[in-house]
Design a protein around this ligand. Structure first.
Ligand code: NDP
Length: 504
């Protein structure tokens, strides 16, 4: 006893017993004055917070980023200021659709988020393991996510809803093709790339802006699971990613990525034959080659999962001087939606939690009260609680203002230009015919057919027509796999040819 610390209440006074309630007699009843018992039960009732609407299941590590190549000609951001410079990083990888208890090895896009604790504040790279996304406009996002989640009546995931939505949004075919390709079920987060996906910007010390895309290429190599292998793994463990990351770090086999950027001069954005701010499109490597930036090594398991991974709040608006946004509409919408989601899920001052608080930059703001007011922020003078003030409180620094952005202001014309066009099929076609080899295409056909098998004939035909616009062999390959039943994704129940709840 003597060498163990004393158990205390949350107010710091010693607790006499943590095993036996205070009662009126030896056999009860309980005395209400046993406040510590009620405190303990009340805490248990409050151990859960709302799970994320998307990206609920996650895995995270701590580590560091080291600059290996000088990119100061593109950015004034301090974290890239010299070769050899190191910055602490907190990662969180995730599946998009599954709930917090979902199995790790499910076919889904993966989130790939990095929080860089820089000396100029936190930079959050909030990306995915794919360079593109299903939709290019945030109006479509809530509907899209609904199709990935549970049906309101059956409370089951609904392949009918997924393919019905995609068939009505052919811009999705690029992302669905990657999802149904080998990369759709990575072996673990260590075996996949990360992409910023959106177009961002960088500006240098002379105020010159370039558009950029971020790429984090796995050094472990791409490894993926077939549907059958994933089903086998899920039968044994639902936590295959957490287990793999745990063992890798424990064995000193730290997962690593090489960071690259693609760079487009500002004026070129109006000249390329596709919209470079469209989240359903990549920038071809031949036109915009990858430029190496540095190495990411994730070598530490956080001491407390909930504190550092569940509480981690990534925000696309957490940028630092020298890194900025672009006109990408999905990015612009995320600037609102992410901070809003965190305030709802974690509370007003979520940025003050240990995972989110800057480690290497001073935080000096005039935000005031609310839950989690862990900070004093009186700047050494209690009178300095508004701005402007004459008491030495912090003031804004105009030198970090982004260079002005030129905007095409015809909003109505722009709105209609964004509808479906042949351009939506060019890049998936390049992926299908130029990047994937025959065996990969064959697996793509079978994975797609497996996903579509439970779907009604009408939706099947509409989606097959979209695949046909990408490439006739794509449509034919999936048709053949559907006909022969040469797929069999055991994770999707094959019922009859109609949706579970028939349309009226
Ligand atoms: P490249 O031949 O230069 O690039 C093809 C890229 O495809 C590879 O570098 C690799 O990206 C990626 N890739 C390989 N296998 C798969 C797969 N199963 N699923 C998804 N991506 C895969 O050609 P382009 O740059 O002209 O692009 C052609 C097509 O490749 C694009 O339309 C797009 O579909 C796809 N792609 C392009 C990327 C880009 O940023 N340009 C990135 C990823 C895919 P990585 O090196 O990033 O692993």
């Amino acid at each position: 006893m003597a060498d163990k610390p004393t158990l205390t209440t949350t107010s710091g006074s010693a607790v006499p017993s943590n095993q036996t309630s205070r009662t009126a007699g030896a056999r009860g009843p309980l005395l209400v004055e046993d406040h510590q018992l009620f405190e303990k039960l009340a805490h248990q009732n409050r151990e859960r917070i709302p799970e994320r609407v998307v990206h609920a299941k996650g895995w995270g590590l701590q580590g560091r980023f080291t600059v290996t190549n000088d990119i100061t000609r593109y950015t004034r951001a301090g974290l890239f200021s010299e070769v050899g410079k190191e910055t602490e990083v907190l990662s969180r990888w995730s599946t998009v659709a599954g709930e917090r208890g979902a199995a790790d090895a499910e076919r889904d896009v993966r989130g790939f988020s990095l929080k860089f604790y820089t000396e100029e504040g936190n930079w959050d790279m909030v990306g995915n393991n794919t360079p593109i996304f299903f939709v290019r406009d945030a109006y479509k996002f809530p509907d899209f996510i609904r199709t990935q989640k549970r049906h309101p009546m059956t409370n089951l995931r609904s392949p009918e809803a997924m393919f019905d939505f995609w068939a009505g949004q052919p811009e999705s075919v690029h992302q669905v093709t990657i999802l149904m390709s080998d990369r759709g079920i990575p072996r673990s987060p260590a075996h996949m790339n990360g992409y910023g996906s959106h177009t961002f910007s960088m500006w240098n010390a002379d105020g010159e802006r370039h558009w950029v895309k971020f790429h984090f290429l796995t050094q472990q190599g791409h490894e993926w699971l077939s549907d059958a292998k994933a089903a086998e793994i899920i039968g044994q463990t639902r936590e295959s990613y957490q287990e793999e990351l745990w063992h890798m770090v424990q064995d000193g086999n730290f997962p690593k990525w090489t960071m690259h950027i693609q760079v487009m001069p500002e004026a070129e954005a109006m000249e390329v034959p596709y919209n470079p701010f469209d989240l359903t499109k990549v920038w071809p490597h031949d036109d915009y080659p990858l430029i190496e930036v540095g190495e990411l090594v994730m070598d530490t398991i956080p001491r407390n999962y909930f504190q550092m991974v569940e509480n981690a709040a990534y925000n696309v608006n957490n940028v630092v001087p020298g890194i900025g946004f672009s006109p990408d509409k999905m990015l612009q919408a995320r600037i609102f939606a992410y901070a809003d989601a965190h305030r709802y899920r974690l509370g007003t001052h979520y940025e003050a939690l240990p995972a989110n608080a800057p480690k290497n930059a001073e935080v000096q703001h005039y935000h005031k009260d609310g839950s989690m007011r862990f900070f004093t922020n009186d700047f050494g003078n209690a009178d300095a609680y508004y701005e402007p003030n004459r008491f030495g409180g912090p003031v804004a620094d105009p030198s970090v203002e982004e260079p002005p952005m030129t905007i095409d202001a015809d909003a109505v014309a722009a709105r209609f230009e964004q509808e479906e066009s042949e351009a939506d099929y060019v890049q998936p076609r390049a992926l299908y015919s130029d990047v994937l080899d025959e065996a990969e295409r064959d697996r793509l056909h079978r994975n797609m057919a497996g996903g579509m098998a439970p779907v009604s004939d009408g939706v099947k035909e509409r989606w097959l027509a979209v695949l046909g616009k990408v490439h006739p062999d794509y449509e034919a390959g999936v048709r053949e796999a559907l006909r022969t039943g040469n797929h069999g994704d055991p994770s999707l129940p094959v019922t009859d040819d109609t949706p579970l709840v028939a349309a009226e």
